[in-house]
Design a protein around this ligand. Structure first.
Ligand code: SF4
Length: 400
């Protein structure tokens, strides 16, 4: 079922919401259909229900959750806490771990890695996930694949949909259009798979998550929040180290405001223009939810102590990077009255997109103009430009 928003967007309801995917596979006898069922993506509660349904004690569910999300197993055979007979029984009923897997890796000279991650639906579609190591003492970019500890903190950029319906004019993902929503397991699975690849120890290593990859998380709210719950409750990550970025989907922001503080990630608004006129050109979604409506919704969030809302601002050469734009943005940020910071990102070029990268001088002047007025402002270093992992560049290579 599609739903029209503002006459311009076709927003589809989740195509895949559960954890069961009908796949035809041939068993040993030949020809029988089995429904493959993914364990990865189910929380402890759901796993316990499945175990009880099989006539097993409920605590088997806890053991399975531990194995899936803490030990990060990829095969049922690795769940050694379960008796062999139970593992066989699960397999016989079509259950498999079925964690999303990395299908392809692109390594940047700056240490960034971009992955094509294959989901659980068996439709062969991939999304992009990016690993950005930091603070590696200047050794980033080592081509030694085994040197997985060559970082002391890192950020993982996570996708929420295959493609995107929002149609921001500067974004390569928009060119794909919307294909389908990811399930909670497919969203959380990107994170767990990447944690695994880099040997991250949750609780010891500093890893931040940003839901800024392909897709608009708030147009897949239930599945996205389901993933956050898995990552917090089962994987053990803190929502204070997670940031969700939205193009300004007001109903999504309002729902986020209702989430309990122990689950709610921080919020970033992808602003990208200092006024409604330019923003509607760059991000047509602004015609549905203009800046003031977005800011009003953000005001409904009870921020934690020292928490700030991020305004992301992609600088487009000659379009949003002038001195007048900087002054207008400063006034806008002040007017919101929110504890806020601005993240500036120089636009990364992409094929078929008619914008220009701002000049280095213009970027620095813009930053200084905001800083001089006391607006907390950060310049985001472009990461992995050479592998098309930088902001707005995802989905460069999948189309062949
Ligand atoms: S910037 Fe984000 S919301 Fe906009 S089209 Fe790209 S993926 Fe979608």
């Amino acid at each position: 079922m599609g739903k029209q928003i503002g006459g311009e967007y076709t927003i589809l309801r989740p195509a895949v919401t559960g954890n069961s995917f009908k796949l035809v596979s041939l068993d040993a006898a030949g020809g029988a259909d089995v429904t493959r069922r993914a364990l990865f993506g189910l929380d402890q509660h759901a796993l316990t229900e499945q175990m009880v349904g099989l006539g097993e004690p409920g605590w088997r569910g806890r053991q399975l959750a531990q194995a899936l999300y803490r030990q990060r197993v990829t095969e049922l055979a690795q769940v050694t806490t379960l008796p062999l007979g139970l593992r066989s029984k699960l397999e016989g009923e079509g259950w498999a771990v079925d964690r999303p897997r990395i299908a392809q890796v692109f390594q940047s000279v700056d240490g960034t890695e971009r992955y094509l991650v294959e989901g659980q639906a068996g439709d062969g579609r991939t999304v992009e996930t990016v690993w950005m190591p930091e603070g590696d003492g200047g050794d980033a970019g080592s081509e030694d694949e085994d040197d997985a500890r060559n970082w002391d903190r890192a950020t993982i950029c996570v996708s929420s949909q295959v493609g995107c319906a929002v149609n921001c004019q500067f974004c390569l993902t928009a060119k794909l259009g919307f294909e389908r929503n990811l399930t909670p397991g497919e969203i959380a699975g990107q994170v767990v798979t990447v944690l695994d690849r880099h040997g991250v120890e949750v609780g010891r290593d500093r890893v931040n998550l940003v839901f800024m990859g392909m897709g608009e998380p708030f147009l897949n709210y239930d599945n996205w929040m389901g993933a956050v719950r898995l990552l917090v409750d089962e994987v053990g990550l803190s929502p204070r180290r997670m940031t969700v970025s939205t193009s300004g989907i007001v109903p999504g922001i309002e729902r986020l405001a209702q989430e309990p503080p122990e689950l709610r990630p921080k919020l970033a608004i992808s602003l990208n223009a200092p006024n409604d006129e330019i923003r509607a050109e760059v991000m047509p979604i602004n015609r549905k939810w203009p800046i003031d409506a977005v800011v009003d919704a953000v005001r409904g969030i009870r921020l934690r102590t020292r928490e700030r809302v991020t305004f992301e601002y992609v600088l487009l050469g000659g379009v949003t990077d002038g001195a007048a734009h900087a002054r207008e943005l400063t006034r806008l940020v002040r007017r919101t009255g929110l504890p806020a910071k601005v993240n500036l990102i120089a636009w990364n070029p992409g094929p078929g997109i008619a914008y220009e990268t701002p000049e280095t001088g213009a970027v620095e002047r813009f930053r200084q103009a905001l800083a001089a007025e006391g607006v907390p402002v950060y310049l985001r270093r472009p990461r992995g430009r050479d592998i098309y992992a930088a902001c707005g560049q995802l989905k460069r290579t999948v189309e062949g």
